[in-house]
Design a binder for this molecule. Structure first.
Ligand SMILES: C[S@@+](CC[C@H](N)C(=O)[O-])C[C@H]1O[C@@H](n2cnc3c(N)ncnc32)[C@H](O)[C@@H]1O
Length: 238
């Protein structure tokens, strides 16, 4: 499908399409849904609807004020995703990064500490080669870091637990290349914050990131899709 072949419709990547405000990804496992999302044919190719109310990455792609494709990793690369959950965002990311039968040779290392999530991710990985589910704690690099012998150019974190910012900074220091893109989904309610409200918390996090060797390229408000959440898009400077 040609990029921008319709005024409302544009391709953000070879597999991610924006149709008005609706996102779709080219289904790497045709005729199969992951979380009850709708399937639709566009010019004979099956796409899955990416629900931004179920995925912070999806919400950020809809909400960003910059070109949305800046939030996506390069297809066919290795990326790290911390806090994989049940695999909603992971599945769409896999469509983009790997494609059917991993034709693009991507690698999506997906870490979560909940055994139930891992069971679902492991099941998903059977039909989505390139997806590497890891039962592990995002803070304990020694246990799973061996899976990433080289640094990655894209790292996403959505762990929704206290200390999210420190976990993200440590993971970026260890696994993200210089100039790589880091995306931090921050849930305000998960932080032990004694300051003056959410806005002050987000500003304080932004300052912490800036003083820790990152350029904050954008702070994306997810309210409406995920209340009390923002997503920080950063570039690693050092
Ligand atoms: C909000 S959910 C993630 C949703 C997922 N990112 C998505 O968009 O589909 C947060 C996940 O982080 C996991 N988690 C929390 N603390 C973690 C940690 N220290 N290390 C790894 N995973 C963690 C939880 O088990 C949970 O599955």
């Amino acid at each position: 499908m040609a990029r921008g072949n319709n005024r409302r419709r544009s391709m953000l990547s070879w597999a991610v399409m924006k149709d008005g405000r609706t996102l779709w990804t080219l289904n790497a496992v045709p005729k199969t849904t992951v979380y009850g999302e709708s399937l639709r044919n566009f010019s004979g190719t099956e796409f899955r609807r990416w629900d931004p109310t179920r995925s912070k990455l999806g919400a950020a792609l809809v909400r960003t004020r910059r070109a949305p494709e800046l939030l996506l990793p390069e297809e066919g690369t290795t990326v790290l995703y911390l806090g994989a959950g049940h695999g909603t965002s992971i599945s769409h990311l896999h469509d983009h990064l790997c494609g059917a039968e991993n034709d693009l040779s991507g690698r999506l290392v997906a870490v979560d500490l909940a055994p139930r999530c891992l069971r679902e991710l492991t099941h998903m990985a059977k039909s989505r080669p390139g997806l590497v589910p890891v039962l592990g704690d995002a803070r304990k690099h020694a246990a799973w870091g061996v899976l990433l012998p080289r640094k990655v150019n894209w790292l996403f974190q959505d762990v929704a637990q206290a200390g999210q910012v420190d976990i993200f900074i440590a993971a970026c220091r260890r696994f993200l290349e210089r100039n790589g893109t880091g995306l931090l989904s921050l849930k305000a309610a998960s932080e032990r914050w004694t300051g003056e409200g959410e806005e002050a918390l987000f500003t304080s996090v932004e300052q912490t990131l800036e003083s820790s060797g990152f350029e904050v390229e954008e702070r994306i408000e997810l309210a409406g899709y995920e209340d009390n959440h923002v997503l920080f898009a950063v570039r690693k400077l050092e």
